[in-house]
Design a protein around this ligand. Structure first.
Ligand SMILES: *[C@@H]1O[C@H](CO)[C@@H](O)[C@H](O)[C@H]1NC(C)=O
Length: 292
């Protein structure tokens, strides 16, 4: 074989290898639908589809304008989600993440550029959703004041061993929105509180009220300001009038029944009196009634 022939074969092989390797990299499908899902600072990146045995995913995140980082739990994985709660440590920073399609863990590859899909921007402080709070309510002695004691939801973040609440993170940016109405009415009112102990004054005495509460962070963009709504709780109304408790028909029926009983009693008394008088009369005449 000539020198040139050897070169040609070598070149062909080389080109083929390059070509096939390239094809191989091109055959890793891109991740789709890369989305953030974040509640109380537990932040997951999710995507699809589940990979075949031929490839895996690696997540890279970066603070906008900073270096790229990788979470050790999200390198060459076969899952389609990655918990980045502890990676996005600068809570006020804005991050993006890329999901790279790579050869499976342990497989060698000379490829430098992997196909990837980027996420939208995400800022934990501005974007994480806030779960529904729990609260207790207490009716004041004057019956016109109700205090709500809200438990600040806990986050996925820790300071040493102490689990942080949303109050620890948002501090005075955290407000609560109370939505309330009189029991049985449809007119809702709102009250915004800066503290987790919420005092509602000047309520109508003897009326039952129903409440729910949600976190409210006015410094956020409009569609991210409100957290999830709590369950509804109502105050016990011990001064309720009979008209609030029973429908009118039941009350009317009750009154009718009472009147009927009274009428029967009167009738019985009248009949008895008449008889007794008659008996007394006939007794005076000395003739027993039954002998007549
Ligand atoms: C991505 O989202 C679209 C539209 O919701 C859906 O049809 C598609 O199946 C999703 N792809 C994956 C891989 O989950």
């Amino acid at each position: 074989m000539t020198k040139r022939g050897v070169l040609a074969i070598f070149l062909t092989c080389y080109v083929n290898i390059c070509f096939f390797t390239h094809l191989a990299s091109g055959s890793f499908p891109n991740a789709q639908n890369v989305t953030w899902s974040s509640l109380n600072f537990k932040t997951l990146l999710k995507w699809g589809p589940s990979p075949s045995a031929d490839y895996s995913y690696t997540v890279e995140y970066n603070e906008v304008g900073q270096n790229t980082g990788r979470n050790p739990n999200c390198i060459r994985i076969t899952e389609t989600l990655c918990d980045l709660s502890n990676s996005l440590s600068n809570l006020r920073a804005t991050y993006t993440a890329d999901v790279l399609s790579m050869p499976p863990l342990g497989a060698k590859s000379d490829i430098i550029e992997f196909p990837y899909t980027s996420s939208e921007r995400f800022c934990p402080f501005k974007d994480t959703n806030i779960s529904k709070p729990e609260f207790k309510l207490e009716v004041g002695k004057d019956k016109r004041t109700i205090t709500l004691y809200v438990k600040d939801p806990l986050t996925a973040l820790f300071d040493g061993t102490r689990q942080l609440s949303i109050r620890d993170i948002f501090i005075d940016e955290l407000h609560y929105m109370v939505t309330y109405k009189k029991a049985g009415s449809s007119g809702e009112k709102h009250y915004i509180s800066k503290t987790s102990e919420i005092v509602l004054k000047d309520l109508d005495r003897g009326e039952g009220y129903c409440f729910n509460v949600q976190a409210y962070i006015p410094t956020r963009s409009r569609n991210k300001q409100l957290g999830q709504l709590s369950d509804i709780q109502c105050s016990h109304d011990d001064n309720q009038s009979i008209f609030d408790v029973y429908p009118l028909g039941v009350i009317a029926g009750g009154i009718f029944l009472i009147l009927a009983i009274v009428a029967i009693i009167i009738a019985v008394i009248v009949v008895c009196c008449k008889r007794r008088r008659k008996a007394q009369k006939s007794g005076k005449e000395g003739v027993p009634l039954r002998d007549v």
